[in-house]
Each structure stands twice: as C-alpha cells, then as structure tokens.
Design a protein around this ligand. Structure first.
Ligand code: EAX
Length: 325
C-alpha cells in the first residue's frame, strides 16, 4: 500500500512537471496593425500552434507598436522579455549586416526565385547567422516587393526622384539606396501616416498592402511600381528562450511558423492585382512602367560599398546574385 502510494506520488509529480514545463504563453511582437502582413503571419501561427499543442502553448500577440518599434521589439527578443516576432527585413540591418544581402535592390526577379533562395540553403545561412545576435531565425514570411509613393510628382526615372524627401526604414542599406537614387532619405520608424499627412516627408516606399491597410491613398498621390527591393519579414525567436525548449516543442514551433509563413506569402501574392485596382479607384496615379534600367544603374555600385565588405556578407551576396541571374 505504501509502495503504491509512493508510486502514485512519483507519477503525479512527473505528470505535473511535464505539464508545467510544456504549458507556456509566448509573447509575440509585430509593429503593424491587424490586417497587416505581419499580423496575418502572427495570427496564423497562433491559431496553428494553439491547435497542435492542444492549448498547452498559447500566443499573445502585441501589435500596433504597443511594445515599441521594430528595432525595440528585436531588442526585447534578444533579452527574452518578448519571445518571438515577425519583423521586416530592413531593421535587422544594424543587428547583422548579412540581412542586407536579401534587401539588395533589384535582386529577386520573381516569387519563384524568392522562395527557392529564402527557403533553401542560402536563406538558411542568413537565419543561422542571426544566432550571433541572440536571435533564432525560424523562416521568412513577406512584406513583398516595395514601391515608391509620393505627394509631389509622377516618377518614371531617377531624374524625377531628385530631391524628394523619402522616409526609409532604420537601415543603412535603405538609406544608401535612396541616396544613390538622388532622393533625400529620412530614416523613421513605423508608422508614418502623420509625417506624410503633414508633409514632413514627400514620400515613402512599401508593398501594395501597406498603401491599402494604412490608407495612404488619402495622403499620397503618385505611385511608381519600382519593385526595387523584395522585403521579407524574418520570423524570429529569442535564442535564450529557444535554447531552453525541448526538441519536440522546437520542432512544433518551427513547423507551424513555416506553415504560417507559407500561408501568408500566398495570401499576400493573391491579393496584389485587386489591391492595385482598389488603389487606382481611390485616386492614386500609378506609373506601371518606370525606367528600371535607369534606376538599376544608379544603385549598381552598392555591392562594392562598405555595407557589403564583410567577407561573409560579400560571399553570400555573390552567391545569391549568381542564383538569381
Ligand atoms: O510593414 O517600416 C516599414 O516600412 C515596414 O515595411 C512597415 O513595417 C510596414
């Protein structure tokens, strides 16, 4: 009887220990608001992981800048006060220069190249490199190809960009791109509606969904389909937190986040044609045939700049350029 009692006690202890190490609430940060590309990934991930873990893992999403801008969210992830994030590629720039490789202008021609590179071994090198910054890179979802908008004039080529005050992300690369194109780039964290409205800046660049979700048709007039940078999100976790998880939990997080990313990429891509129509109806004047050769020639020298001088960064850029020829 006593033995049985001890056994029950031990079993009870094991079960409750297993339950307490597994049950958890993940804090996940995105800077943008519900309906945005980042939120769609976050919400899908929450739905899938809560389902698959039978509610043992819960996700609390912090959005709309409630825990800071993207740089600040990344800092909190590094410290494990926030466990996960869906963060635009641009602001990773100051954490790890290797991320500049995927933000290189006019690098990817189409989604086939994007998926092949980012889901393959070259993308994996970028995710792996982030561990040096205490970040565990899980996979890539997408903001999409970025396009220029402004309130001043139609833009076809670089001569029209000259002198425009363009807001850029907190990224040395994005600043250099717009400098090379002749603009006056102004780094500013998201969101930027008020600055556009008050004409502190003339323009900005982002994928189509942003112009719709953030109603930029109210405050910007001209859009040029420059598609100058393919802008991924990196879906990240805190490396401190990650290292404490058991294998099974890691695997579940990894696979459900990837499923959420794939879902969101398709969702985003499938809506672009309809978004363009919507934005035209709302009054945007759209240049759909800009002088890409001219724009390209202006940014060609970037690969030789200090931004890419680290051997590891340079080597990866050369490889991805060869793979996207
Ligand atoms: O997704 O800061 C930016 O321009 C980002 O693209 C923004 O998070 C919108």
């Amino acid at each position: 009887m006593r033995k049985l009692f001890t056994l029950l006690l031990v079993l009870g202890f094991i079960c409750s220990a297993a339950a307490t190490t597994f049950a958890m609430t993940i804090k996940l940060g995105v800077v943008t608001k519900p309906g945005s590309a980042q939120n769609i990934v976050a919400e899908k991930f929450k739905e899938l992981i809560e389902q698959q873990s039978n509610g043992e893992i819960k996700v609390k999403i912090f959005h709309s800048k409630s825990i800071g801008n993207e740089t600040e969210i990344l800092q909190q992830i590094q410290m494990n006060t926030v466990q996960m994030g869906v963060i635009t590629g641009g602001p990773f720039d100051t954490f790890d220069p290797i991320v500049r490789v995927i933000n290189y202008p006019f690098l990817f021609k189409d989604y086939e190249q994007v998926d092949r590179i980012l889901d393959g071994s070259l993308g994996a090198q970028i995710l792996k490199s982030l561990e040096g910054s205490n970040l565990k890179g899980l996979c890539f979802s997408e903001n999409g190809f970025r396009n220029l908008t402004n309130s001043r004039r139609p833009v076809k080529g670089s001569k029209d960009i000259k002198g425009l005050k363009i807001r850029v992300m907190a990224s040395a690369l994005h600043k250099a791109i717009w400098q090379a194109l002749g603009a006056n780039p102004t780094p500013m964290p998201w969101p930027i509606y008020t600055e556009l409205e008050q004409r502190v800046i003339d323009g900005q660049e982002n994928p189509l969904w942003v112009m719709e979700v953030y109603k930029f048709y109210e405050i910007q007039k001209y859009m040029t389909l420059t598609r100058h940078v393919y802008s991924p999100h990196i879906d990240v976790a805190s490396l401190i937190w990650w290292n404490k998880l058991d294998f099974k939990t890691k695997k579940m997080i990894q696979t459900t986040m990837y499923a959420a990313a794939v879902y969101q990429r398709q969702d985003n891509r499938s809506k672009n044609a309809q978004r363009l129509e919507f934005l035209k109806e709302k009054g945007f004047i759209i240049e759909d045939n800009p002088d890409i050769a001219d724009l390209r020639s202006k940014v060609d020298g970037l690969k030789d700049m200090d931004l890419y001088k680290k051997p590891k960064v340079q080597a990866l850029l050369v490889k991805i350029m060869a793979a996207t020829k």
